[in-house]
Design a protein around this ligand. Structure first.
Ligand code: AMP
Ligand code: MG
Length: 322
C-alpha cells in the first residue's frame, strides 16, 4: 500500500546520509533551508527532476534553483564573472540566487527548462549544508509545496502539501525547525550585459546594489528578453508542428509512445510522461537544426506531466517575440 504521509525526521548523521543516498539514487527528499523548505533532487538526473515537477503538480516547466555546497562548487556548475565573484563573496552562503551561463554538462536541461543559464545558490542552513556535502551532487530544489500554494516554512507544512513516498512525493523531510528567513531567495541574473533583479527575496536589493551597483528590473534592458515576463523561455529556432501523426519531408520527428517510426526521436517509447519530461528539452535541441527544416511533434496526453510538456510545446509554436 502507498505511504500517504512523508515522515518528518531529525537531521542526525544517519538521516542525513540516508537522505543523501536517496538523492544519489534519483529519489526526492525535502529539507530545511534558511529561506523555505526545498524539495530536492539530483540536478544531474533529469528523471529525478521530472519527478519534482510531478510531485508539485506544476502545470508548466519553470527553471529550478540548483543548490551547491560552496562557491567552488558553484564555479564548477556555471561560468562566473566579476559581479558573481563579488556577490558570492558578500552574500554566500545565504538567501541569494545567481543566474549564470551553464558550464557543467552533467546538469540536466530540464533543471533550467532548456535555457543555457542555470540559477545557483549556496544555502547557509546547517541541514541544507550537511545534505549537500553528503550528496556530493548539485541539488535542484524548488519550494516543497504543491504548485500555487504558499511556500512551506516548517516541516509540517510539507506533509500537508505534497504526496507521500508511495505516491511520488519525497521519502523524508529533514526537519530543521522553522525557516529563519522564511521567504524565497533573491534571484539576480548576471548572464546578460548588466545585472537584473528577477525576484525580490531574502537579501534586500539595496544591499546588493551597494556592492555591484544598480539592478535593472526584468524587461528594462537588453539582458532581459520577453518583456513583461519574469522568466526567459527556451524556444527552438525551427518551426514546430503539433499533433503530427507522421513527419513531412524535411521535418525532424519527435514521437511519443509505442508504435512510432524507429528513426524518430521518442520522448518515451513506453508512453511514460515522467520519462518524456526528462527527455523533452534535450530532444528538442537535438532536432533543432540541419538536416531538418522543421520539427513535427506527436500528441502527448494532456494529464500529469503531459500538461507541462504541452504547455511548453504550445509556447514553442509561437515565435519568440510574439
Ligand atoms: P523556485 O525554485 O520555485 O524558488 O523558483 C526559482 C526562481 O528562479 C524562479 O523565479 C525562476 O524564474 C528563477 N530562475 C531559475 N533559473 C533561472 C534561469 N536559468 N533564468 C532565469 N530565471 C531563473
Ligand atoms: Mg515556490
Amino acid at each position: 500500500m502507498a505511504d500517504h504521509r512523508t515522515p518528518i525526521v531529525p537531521p542526525d548523521a544517519d538521516n542525513i546520509s540516508a537522505a543523501a543516498r536517496r538523492l544519489r539514487e534519483g529519489g526526492l527528499v525535502a529539507f530545511a533551508t534558511e529561506t523555505v523548505y526545498g524539495l530536492g533532487a539530483d540536478a544531474t538526473n533529469d528523471k529525478a527532476v521530472a519527478a519534482v515537477f510531478q510531485a508539485k503538480d506544476r502545470p508548466r516547466f519553470n527553471p529550478l534553483i540548483v543548490h551547491v555546497k560552496d562557491s567552488n562548487a558553484a564555479r564548477a556548475a556555471v561560468r562566473f564573472n566579476p559581479a558573481a565573484e563579488t556577490l558570492a563573496e558578500a552574500f554566500w552562503p545565504g538567501a541569494l540566487t545567481i543566474v549564470l551561463p551553464r558550464l557543467d554538462d552533467r546538469i540536466g536541461l530540464l533543471v533550467s527548462a532548456g535555457l543555457d543559464t542555470v540559477a545557483v545558490r549556496v544555502p547557509n542552513h546547517p541541514v541544507a549544508q550537511a545534505l549537500l556535502a553528503g550528496a556530493g551532487v548539485p541539488v535542484a530544489a524548488p519550494s516543497a509545496n504543491k504548485a500555487g500554494c504558499i511556500s512551506p516554512t516548517a516541516a509540517g507544512h510539507v506533509v500537508f502539501s505534497l504526496p507521500g513516498p508511495g505516491d511520488g512525493g519525497p521519502d523524508m523531510i529533514l526537519d530543521g525547525g522553522p525557516c529563519p528567513v522564511g521567504v524565497e531567495s533573491t534571484v539576480i541574473d548576471l548572464s546578460g550585459s548588466s545585472p537584473v533583479l528577477l525576484r525580490p527575496g531574502g537579501v534586500a536589493a539595496e544591499d546588493i546594489e551597494a556592492v555591484i551597483g544598480p539592478l535593472a528590473a526584468p524587461g528594462e534592458n537588453e539582458a532581459a528578453k520577453s518583456p513583461g515576463m519574469q522568466e526567459r523561455h527556451y524556444a527552438p529556432d525551427l518551426p514546430l508542428r503539433l499533433d503530427a501523426e507522421e513527419p513531412h519531408p524535411g521535418e525532424g520527428f519527435l514521437a511519443f509512445g509505442p508504435g512510432a517510426p524507429e528513426e524518430a526521436m521518442n520522448l518515451s517509447p513506453t508512453g511514460d510522461l515522467e520519462e518524456a519530461a526528462a527527455n523533452l528539452f534535450a530532444m528538442m535541441r537535438a532536432l533543432d537544426g540541419p538536416p531538418f527544416e522543421a520539427i513535427a511533434v506527436m500528441a502527448v496526453p494532456d494529464r500529469g506531466l503531459g500538461r507541462a510538456i504541452n504547455d511548453r510545446l504550445r509556447r514553442a509554436v509561437v515565435p519568440a517575440d510574439g
